[in-house]
Write a protein that binds this ligand. Structure first.
Ligand SMILES: [Zn+2]
Length: 199
């Protein structure tokens, strides 16, 4: 049960489904150009480059006092609907990853949390449209009332035995929960000031 940092599904990961036809700055048709060994689209008129980057997000192992982990079932209308995942989501431009953790946990679970630290960072190439860079945190409930929300339709606390039976949406989630129940995670503390600034 070693920590794993890179996950890649088979299939095309060239970003072809994220390409644009026209410059978002000036409307000119974009052209392919090789930049730092990658094919990117560039505007000949205004020099705009359409870079392709992963989308940063967070996910979090919320631990109960008994050492259980909170997971949620994804709604049928979401990708991998009906499967289970750790709470989490994409970081909005105005947020720190810590802000995102508090917001996503509140939206998806109804809980307030204390974040204890970082346990992993993951490159997750899901498919040609979805490449995420995920900071995996851990924390514990500090308030709130458990209630599924946003894209989650159910929540459950699982122990190490129940974990083995779960159909996870993301291999990265299964992997880090494996490590947690195997007692094989270390916690990199976060700046306590970052938590206080939110208060
Ligand atoms: Zn342009």
């Amino acid at each position: 049960m070693d920590l794993v940092q890179v996950f890649s599904n088979s299939g095309d990961l060239a970003g072809n489904n994220r390409r644009l036809h026209f410059c978002p700055q000036c409307g000119q048709r974009l052209h392919q150009k090789t930049l730092a060994k990658f094919e990117r689209q560039r505007c000949d008129r205004c020099a705009f480059v359409h870079y392709l980057n992963p989308h940063p997000g967070i996910t979090i192992i919320i631990r109960s006092r008994e050492g259980k982990v909170l997971i949620g079932r994804r709604s049928e209308r979401s990708r991998y609907g009906g499967r289970w995942c750790l709470p989490g989501g994409y970081i909005e431009y105005e947020e720190s990853f810590i802000d995102t953790a508090h917001r996503e946990v509140a939206e998806e679970t109804g809980l307030k949390i204390r974040i204890d630290g970082i346990v992993n960072v993951v490159s997750n190439h899901l498919d040609d449209l979805h490449h995420t860079l995920v900071v995996v945190l851990t924390g514990q409930q500090s308030g709130g009332i458990l209630r599924p929300g946003d894209d989650l339709t159910a929540l459950r606390w699982i122990d190490g035995e129940q974990h083995k039976e779960i159909g996870y949406a993301f291999e990265a989630d299964r992997s880090i929960v494996d490590c947690y129940f195997a007692g094989n995670i270390k916690i990199l503390p976060i700046d306590p000031g970052a938590e206080q600034r939110l208060a």
